[in-house]
Design a protein around this ligand. Structure first.
Ligand code: HEM
Length: 514
């Protein structure tokens, strides 16, 4: 099936049937079917570019590589805006945030700061040891969970004798390790994820606030789609909950900012590559040297920190959960990944950062998981001006939904698309990476607003996975398959059910002293 092949540029993309007055096609959503799957089925009916109405928003839904490429190359400046919602407006300073502020000089300045100062390869290299030390804390804890369990069970510390595994809630553990690393490099707080687990004051408060941000970000507000009905939102109480939580977010970030200012006055401005300089310190130096015209500096710093926390914590934890879930359901892949580690690292030491470049199979596993279970299953953008997509005329004000989930399972491009086959990235698809240049594979988005955290995320996830697979035997309860049900509640496509695994160390006990 092709899209508009003629020269008729006034031609409009097909319009999906069953639109209701005011709500448009909204009534189709909200049932048990996931939005990306429902839109994929609609694309099979209406074609790779069709329009829908989400309340008052006319929306172009695209799911074909060629058309998506056109959106992010020829039309990239048109689609460089990301629509926001009441939740993001209220709780994430969206106008001052790199993630939502409209495309223009201010966004470009924020984006430059994010890519050149916060997330550049140079800075990632500078924070390498800090990252490792935070990862180490979690592995030490994982080992000690097993060790305590083992000595309690056998009354002896004769490790590895009985190989009695310990049951671990891996979703929670991945959240812990993500929070440890991300919060440390963004605001300098040590072992923050571990403190959440232990229920320590400030960390626990942060967790409550962020959980509420994510919960409320997933709530459908009528005012986002049908302002005429927006007054009904007040009856559901979501708006007041958002305002209340927005205040909590601001109080928390303001106090962190004050702490950073106090630290600067007492120890001076730590410019350069000081490893202990976190993102908030870097932002403080930047705004002092170069005031961001027309914007309140404190708000810009808080907004950037918030964007990085939102961008970096949940996403990496959920991705790790998907990767390990798929490994558990594909034991031959897990075995091969472990063989790769034993070959390149051996069994006499732990994996470190310098090993990661040699782990090509592990790299392929990460790509293959992100292909099958993209966190951003639907990318959302908006054009202010008229443009042309796939031979169709698109009016200014139209929103764009890219169905990444469907693209990444397109049988015209991928062989056996529903099969989990990391080998494809070593053979027929070896040239593809996830950075947004290959429009068949877009787990981090594409174009001007592609995720700036790709390298940060990949380096961190590769390290955690390599350490886990190399250092521990992993088993499921009763050897059962892991349930792979997806859920789009919150802001990413996550695994709906727990990931409980039985863990046993597989290296010499001396090596777990990280
Ligand atoms: C596995 C982990 C991650 C995934 C799957 C992911 C995915 C994405 C996606 C799909 C987008 C939207 C891109 C688009 O519209 O084209 C995005 C944007 C963004 N991500 Fe990530 N991300 C991850 C990790 C991170 C990390 C670690 C950070 C920072 C520490 C980060 C910061 C951001 C920011 C700031 C944006 C907004 C960029 C803009 O609008 O200019 N992300 N991410």
């Amino acid at each position: 099936k092709t899209y508009n092949d003629g020269n008729n540029t006034n031609k409009q993309a097909p319009v999906a049937a069953d639109a209701w007055p005011v709500l448009g096609h909204l009534h189709l959503f909200g049932g048990s079917e996931l939005p990306h799957k429902m839109l994929a089925a609609m694309a099979d009916k209406y074609g790779p570019a069709f329009t829908m109405k989400f309340g008052m928003h006319r929306t172009l839904v695209v799911s074909n590589t060629q058309i998506v490429k056109e959106c992010f190359t020829t039309n990239d400046t048109h689609f460089a805006n990301r629509p926001s919602t009441k939740a993001f407006q209220l709780m994430t300073y969206d106008n001052e945030s790199v993630a939502f502020t409209p495309y223009g000089p201010f966004w470009r300045e924020l984006r430059k700061i994010s890519t050149l100062k916060l997330l550049s390869n140079h800075r990632l290299q500078a924070i390498k040891d800090v990252r490792s030390s935070e990862v180490n804390v979690c592995f030490r804890e994982l080992y000690s969970l097993w060790n305590t369990n083992e000595s309690e069970g056998t009354n002896s510390n004769d490790q590895h004798q009985q190989q009695r595994p310990v049951l671990v809630d891996m979703k929670k553990w991945f959240e812990e390790v993500s929070n440890n690393v991300v919060i440390r490099v963004i605001v300098g707080k040590q072992n923050f994820g571990s403190k959440i687990v232990r229920g320590e004051g400030e960390a626990l408060k942060y967790k409550k606030i962020m959980d509420e941000v994510l919960r409320l970000a997933g709530v459908s507000m009528l005012s986002d789609v049908a302002p005429l009905l927006g007054w009904l939102d007040h009856f559901q109480g979501h708006m007041s909950a958002m305002k209340r939580n927005a205040k909590e977010v601001d109080t928390m970030l303001s106090s962190w900012l004050e702490e950073h200012r106090r630290k600067r006055t007492s120890v001076g401005d730590n410019k350069g590559d000081n490893v202990e300089q976190d993102f908030m310190d870097v932002m403080l130096s930047i705004v002092e040297e170069n005031k961001l015209s027309g914007h309140d500096n404190d708000t810009v710093i808080k907004a950037t920190v918030m964007a990085m926390i939102m961008g970096g914590t949940d996403t990496t934890a959920v991705s790790l959960t998907w990767i390990v879930s798929l490994l558990m359901n594909n034991r031959q892949v897990l075995k091969k990944a472990r063989e790769e580690l034993d070959t390149h690292v051996g069994k006499d030491r732990q994996v470190d950062d310098s090993d990661l470049k040699n782990l090509t199979y592990l790299n392929a596993i990460v790509k293959e998981t992100m292909r099958l279970y993209p966190l951003g299953a639907l990318l959302e953008r908006e054009t202010k001006e008229d443009c042309e997509v796939g031979g169709f005329h698109v009016k200014g004000g139209t929103r764009l939904l890219v169905n990444v989930w469907k693209l990444q399972r397109d049988p015209n491009f991928w062989s056996n698309p529903t099969e989990f086959k990391p080998e494809r990235f070593l053979t027929e698809n070896a040239n593809l990476d996830v950075g947004g240049q290959h429009f068949e594979l877009l787990p981090f988005g594409a174009g001007r607003r592609v995720c700036p955290g790709v390298s940060f995320a990949l380096q961190f996830m590769h390290l955690v996975l390599a350490r886990l697979i190399h250092g521990f035997e992993l088993e499921t309860l009763m050897n059962a398959d892991i349930d792979l049900t997806e859920s789009t509640e919150g802001h990413v496509n996550h695994k709906a059910t727990p990931l409980d695994l039985l863990i046993t160390p597989r290296l010499d006990s001396k090596l777990y002293n990280y």
